[in-house]
Design a binder for this molecule. Sequence first.
Ligand SMILES: *Cc1c(COP(=O)(O)O)cnc(C)c1O
Length: 505
Amino acid sequence: MNPKLTDLEAPAKNVGKARAHVSQNEGLIFEQSAPGKRGMELPPLDVPAVDPAKALGSEFTRDAIEGFPEVSEIEVIRHFTRLSTWNYAIDLGMYPLGSCTMKYNPRVNEFVARLDGLASEHPEQPAEVSQGCLRILHDLQKCLLSITGMDAATLQPAAGAQGELTGLLMIRAYLESQGNPRHKVLIPDSAHGTNPASVVIAGYEVQNIKSNSRGQIDTDHLREFVTGDVAALMLTNPSTLGVFEERIAEIAAILHERGALLYMDGANMNALAGVTRPGDFGVDVMHLNLHKTFSTPHGGGGPGAGPVLAKKILEPFLPIPVVVQKPDGTYTLDHNRPKSVGRVRAFAGNFGVLLRALAYTLAYGPGIRQATEDAVLNANYIRKNLEPYFDLPYNLPSMHEVVFSDARQKVRGVNTMDIAKRLIDYGFHPYTTAFPLIVPGAMMIEPTESESKQECDLFIDAMRSIAAEADATPDLVKTAPHATRVGRLDEVAAARKPILRWKSA
Ligand SMILES: *Cc1c(COP(=O)(O)O)cnc(C)c1O
C-alpha cells in the first residue's frame, strides 16, 4: 500500500513482467494444470457402484470436461487469493469515491446476517412463524423514522433509484387523489443523475432549475417556477457539491403554498444523520441508501436497499404489503391498502441488507451523530489541506464530501481522469471523476468517517505529490497507472465486448 514516489518511477513497459508484486502477474489456472494433480481424494466406495448415466440420464452426465485444469488444493487457494488482490476494496485502504459513501462495514453486521434462523428464513413462511423477521423490519422502520423525523416507511425498494421512483409514484397517487396529478417535477442542476430518470419513468416532465454561484437554489427564481402544474421539487441535500441547502425550510414553504411537495434524495444522509432531520425542515418524502449511510457492502451491482420515508399525508399510498404491529404486540403484513401504489419489490426487499442496517444502527444508537460529525470533519480536513493545490469551484464549508476541479492542472494537459488513475499507483481507489456535471473536470472526494487522520494524511500526501508531478512531469500522470498489472484500459470496449470465456490456443 501507498508506495513511495521512487517506487513508481519504473517505466510502464515492465507492466505484466515479473515485478515485486507476484500477485499482479497471476496466470490462468489452466497454465498450472498437469495430468494427475488433484485437489482432494475420496475414500474408496463403500456402497455398490451405480452407472451415473443410468441413474441421472445421459443428458446430465459426461465422462470428462475438455481442458479442465488439474491442480492441487494449494494451487487453487493461491490462485484465487492472488486474483482477489487485483480488486481494490474498502478492506485494503481508503476508497474516496465521492457520492458513493464507501465506508467500512463492521464485521458484526456480517455475523448477524449469517445467524441461523435469520439467514435460513423463507419469505413465504406465514406471519405466525416469521415474527422475529417481521420485528426486525418493524424495528428498522422505527429507527429510520426517528433518524429522519418522518411518519411512515417502506423498506421494499432495492436501491436509491428505485426509492426515488416509489416516492414519486406516491406523490403522483396523492395528487391524483386530490384531483390533479400535475405535470412537472423541478430538479436543480446539482442533483444526482438518477433523479431526472426517475421523474421521467414516473410519467412527469423534468424542469431544470439552475443553482446560483454558491451552489444553492435561488428562492426568488424558484418562486417563478412553482406554478399550479408543478407536482414536486426533487432535491438532493446535501447536494452533489457536498454543500447543505441553507434555505431548505423556505424552499419547502414555497412549494407547500402552491400545493406541491418536496422530495428529498437522502442518499447523502451520511452528512445529516443524528444532526438534523428532513422531517423537521419540511420534506414530505425521501429515500435513504442503506448501502451507503447504513453500512452494507456495495458496488458491482450487488444488493442494496432504498427505503422510502414519508409524511402522514402520503402514508395511504405506501407500497403493499406494509409491515405493521397489531394492538396485541405481534407483527403482520398488511395487504389491505386500497390506495397503495402496489408492490415495488418481491417480498420485503433485500432482507440481508436491511438486517445489516439494523445491526449497524442499533450498535451506534445516538452515537450516529458522532459518525456524521467525523465524516464531515474528514471531508473538511481534506478540503483545507488540498485547497492550495487544486481549484475549488464552490467555496463553502463541506458536508460529507468535497468537490475540486482539475482547472489548475488542465493548463499542463492533465485532467481529472489522469489524476484519478495516478492515485491508483499510490495505493488508493480513485475519487469520482466528471461528476457533478455542473463542475467541469470534477474531482469528487468522500473520505467517510471510517478513515483515521493517518489515512487521510496519506491521501493528502498522495494528492499533493500528484499535483507536483502534474507540474514537473505531466506525462507521468497522463499515462498512469504504472504500478498495476495493466495500464489504461479502454473501459468502453471492456464493458461492451467482454471476453468471458477462455479458449485454448
Ligand atoms: C447513489 C445515489 C443515488 C442512487 O442510488 P442507487 O442505490 O445507486 O440507485 C441517488 N442519489 C444520490 C445523491 C446518490 O448518491
